[in-house]
Design a protein around this ligand. Structure first.
Ligand SMILES: [Zn+2]
Length: 339
């Protein structure tokens, strides 16, 4: 059974907090709307569409992956500062960046409640995938959440929260995290180092954010964006035609990392659509896959896990501007109609 989890509570609505990042709701709402315009999919929606999530995320879940200090700041009044840092709302000179607090309808701290709902969606999708083989969550993918801080619109890391809880509940012994968002999964790579049963692969822009500064600063401090995944596949500007073959080789290499073939119990995939050439976030400019290449990528990942009978949970990760929904739609429409 191919389930799609579209839980209204886990839609993070940045606009209501006065935040003007072009992470539009249409990625979720329009994708589902247009899927349901298909008569056959509309009639069978009870079979594939899940609209509520019974699970919530506790402080213990958050503490499993973050440092004690950062976790306690997220559950205190300091959360607003952590959110401002994670969503990059304050410039170094103190002015606001894409932030209009006068337009906010609710206090900023409530954004963290929405973030936790989203983490709950990733956890539920992972459980559902373990039960049925496949679940696609319309949300999640906060891969820039580090142990001690958040950046890149990720105050925490839903992927590692879900993986750590699934492992602690002994629902799985080995988990892979496959990250095809345009930006490197730096937070996931750092946190996963504490979990010997989690393996990570990230294919991303070689030079774009968060890899746009040196590995060490002038004082010799390590830049945490450079924590290595088990397999990192950097793609340079103009190398789009090598993207699919390199991703395929990377997945095969991950499978054979220790000499003999490994089969995880669960793969959590960050199916970011910001490598798409029509993505509107300036920091994704150096990777421009066509609509056809995006669908080919998504099918490749799906077939890789499906043919090996490996349960897989998908999250949306990054995707910005008016055209992102179409990439999600293309994959889901193909999946529901053909697989
Ligand atoms: Zn991204």
């Amino acid at each position: 059974m191919k389930n799609i989890l579209n839980d209204a509570e886990s839609i993070i609505n940045l606009e209501m907090f006065g935040i003007a990042i072009p992470a539009l709701k249409s990625r979720k709402t329009k994708t589902i709307e247009v899927l349901l315009e298909d008569r056959e999919l509309y009639q069978s929606k009870e079979e594939w569409l899940i609209t509520d999530n019974p699970y919530s995320i506790s402080r213990t879940d958050v503490e499993r992956i973050h440092s004690a200090e950062y976790a306690s700041s997220l559950f205190s009044e300091k959360v607003e500062d952590s959110l401002k840092e994670a969503y990059e709302l304050i410039n170094s000179d103190g002015t606001f960046n894409r932030y209009y607090p006068e337009k906010a309808e609710v206090p900023l701290k409530e954004l963290f409640t929405q973030v936790l709902h989203t983490c709950g969606g990733t956890y539920y999708a992972s459980r559902k995938a373990l039960e049925t083989g496949f679940c696609y969550f319309m949300g999640g993918g906060m891969h820039h959440g580090h142990k001690d801080f958040g950046h890149g619109f990720c105050p925490t890391n839903d992927i590692m929260i879900a993986a750590a809880r699934i492992l602690s509940e002994k629902r799985a012994e080995k988990i892979w995290i496959i990250d095809v968002d345009a930006h490197k999964g730096d937070g996931t790579a750092e946190i996963a180092r504490d979990f010997s049963s989690v393996k990570t692969l990230s294919i991303h822009m070689a030079d774009g954010w968060p890899l746009d500064k040196p590995e060490y600063d002038s004082a010799g401090n390590f830049n945490p964006a450079y924590f290595p995944s088990h397999i990192d596949i950097p793609i340079k500007r103009g190398e789009e035609d090598f993207y699919i073959p390199r991703l395929k080789a990377g997945l095969e290499k991950l499978e054979n990392l220790h000499g003999e073939k490994e089969k995880p119990d669960l793969a959590i995939v960050l199916l970011g659509v910001d490598p798409y050439e029509k993505d509107e976030l300036p920091s994704t400019d150096s990777l421009k896959l066509t609509e056809e290449q995006m669908l080919e990528r998504d099918k490749l990942i799906f077939h890789f896990f499906n043919s090996r009978r490996i349960a897989s949970a998908y999250t949306m990760a990054g995707g910005y501007g008016r055209f992102s929904w179409k990439v999600h739609y293309n994959f889901l429409h193909w999946l529901l109609k053909n697989e």
